[in-house]
Design a protein around this ligand. Structure first.
Ligand SMILES: Cc1cc2nc3c(=O)[nH]c(=O)nc-3n(C[C@H](O)[C@H](O)[C@H](O)COP(=O)(O)O)c2cc1C
Length: 354
C-alpha cells in the first residue's frame, strides 16, 4: 500500500497544477529603492534555521523515501542539494521505522551529500523513540514533524484520530538532540496553533500553506473522485499563514515559509514577512530529470534574481530585508486586520540606503 502511495504522490504532484487558491503573495509589495546605496558584491543571502547556518535561504522540502522505487529520486534530489548547497528534508521516514530494509532509500541522501544539512521527517504522532531512530538513521541536523489532517481525512486509508498531538510534540522536543521543526503540508498554520507549538518548545515552524501542492487534490486523484472547489480551497494561504506565525514568533523562533513558493520574488517577500528560509517541494521534483548543468543554471538564475530584488529594495542581507517596507493590501490586509494582527509597521519600516 505504502509503496504505491509514494509513487502516486510523486506522479500526481508532477501532473497536477498548484492551487486552485493562490499562495497570496500578490497582496504584498516590496518598495523599489532608487537609492539603494549598496553594491552587488555586498549582498549576502546566508541565513539560519534554528541555529543552523545555511548558505542559501532555500530548503528542498520533504518529498519522499521508503521504497526502492523512489531511491533514485532521493539520490538525485540529494545531488541537487549538494550541488547548490541547499538544506534538504527527506519524506516521512515511517516506512523505515516499520521495516529497516527501507532505510536505504533515505540514507542515500546522506551518502550523496555527506556534509549537507539534512532534515529527518515523521508524522507528529510518532513516539519520541521513533523520532530518535529517524534522526540517527540520517545523522540529521534537524527533525521535521508534519501535520496533515486534511490529507489524512481525504485518504481512504488515512488517520481519523488527531487527539494528543500537541502533548506528543512536546515530549519529542524534550528528547530530541536536534532542533524540531513542525510543518504543515499545504493547509497552513494559524497564529493560535503556531503559538501553542512554540510554547511546546518547537524551535521552528514551517507554515506549509495553501497555494502550492494540494494534497487533498492528490488524494482525490488517487481515489478517482472529484472534490468540490470549496474543499480544494480549504486552508490558509501561505503568505497569510507566514504573517500569522511571524506575529507570535520571538527572536529565538524560526519561521520557514513554504507552500507554493515558486519565484525569486515570492522568496524575498516570504523573507521580508519574517521567514528565515523558504521551503520548495514540487518544483524540485519537476527538475530531477534535467541534466545537472541545466539544474545549476536554473538555480543560479533563481539566486541572481533574489539578489537583484534585494538590491532594488536596498537590502544587503536578510536582516535588512526584514526591515524594508512591505505594503500589504486587498484581501490579505482585510484578513490580517480582521484577525487583529497589527500590520501598520510593515509599510513604515526603516528603509535602508536613503
Ligand atoms: C510527492 C510529495 C510528497 C511529499 N511527502 C511529504 C512527506 O512525506 N512529509 C512531509 O512533511 N511533507 C511532504 N510533502 C509536502 C512538502 O514537503 C511541502 O510541504 C508541500 O509540497 C508544499 O510545498 P510546494 O507547494 O513547494 O510543493 C510532499 C510533497 C510532495 C510533492
Amino acid at each position: 500500500m505504502r509503496q504505491s502511495r509514494k509513487l502516486d504522490h510523486i506522479n500526481y504532484a508532477i501532473q497536477l497544477s498548484d492551487g486552485p487558491k493562490e499562495a497570496g503573495f500578490a497582496d504584498f509589495t516590496l518598495l523599489h529603492n532608487c537609492l539603494p546605496e549598496i553594491s552587488w558584491e555586498e549582498i549576502d543571502i546566508s541565513s539560519q534555521i534554528a541555529g543552523l547556518d545555511i548558505m542559501q535561504p532555500i530548503i528542498i522540502n520533504a518529498i519522499t523515501g521508503g521504497t526502492k522505487d523512489v531511491l533514485d529520486i532521493n539520490a538525485r534530489l540529494a545531488e541537487m542539494a549538494a550541488a547548490a548547497n541547499l538544506a534538504m528534508a527527506v519524506g516521512s521516514q515511517y516506512a523505515a521505522i516499520e521495516d529497516k530494509d527501507n532505510a536505504l532509500s533515505y540514507q542515500i541522501v546522506r551518502k550523496k551529500n555527506p556534509k549537507g544539512i539534512i532534515f529527518s521527517n515523521l508524522g507528529a504522532y510518532v513516539t519520541p523513540d521513533e523520532a530518535l531512530q529517524a534522526i540517527d538513521m540520517l545523522e540529521a541536523e534537524a527533525l521535521q514533524l508534519h501535520l496533515n489532517p486534511a490529507q489524512e481525512i481525504i485518504m481512504a486509508e488515512g488517520d481519523r484520530n488527531f487527539t494528543g498531538y500537541l502533548k506528543n510534540i512536546e515530549k519529542i522536543v524534550k528528547k530530541s538532540p536536534v532542533p524540531v521543526i513542525v510543518k504543515e503540508v499545504g493547509c497552513g498554520i494559524a497564529r493560535e496553533q503556531a503559538k501553542a507549538l512554540i510554547e511546546a518548545g518547537v524551535q521552528a515552524i514551517d507554515v506549509g500553506g495553501l497555494g502550492g501542492t494540494n494534497f487533498m487534490a492528490i488524494e482525490a486523484a488517487r481515489r478517482n473522485v472529484a472534490l468540490p472547489l470549496e474543499t480544494l480551497c480549504w486552508g490558509i494561504p501561505t503568505a497569510l499563514s507566514a504573517l500569522e506565525t511571524a506575529s507570535i514568533l520571538s527572536k529565538d523562533g524560526t519561521l520557514i515559509v513554504s507552500g507554493g513558493i515558486r519565484t525569486p520574488l515570492d522568496t524575498i517577500k516570504a523573507l521580508a514577512i519574517g521567514g528565515s528560509a523558504v521551503g520548495i517541494a514540487a518544483p524540485f521534483l519537476r527538475l530531477i530529470n534535467q541534466p545537472p548543468d541545466a539544474f545549476i543554471s536554473w538555480f543560479n538564475d533563481f539566486i541572481q534574481n533574489i539578489k537583484q530584488f534585494m538590491l532594488l529594495t536596498g537590502a544587503k542581507n536578510i536582516k535588512e530585508l526584514r526591515e524594508t517596507p512591505l505594503v500589504i493590501t486587498g484581501y490579505s490586509r482585510e484578513w490580517l486586520l480582521a484577525r487583529g494582527i497589527d500590520i501598520s509597521h510593515y509599510a513604515m519600516r526603516k528603509k535602508h540606503g536613503c
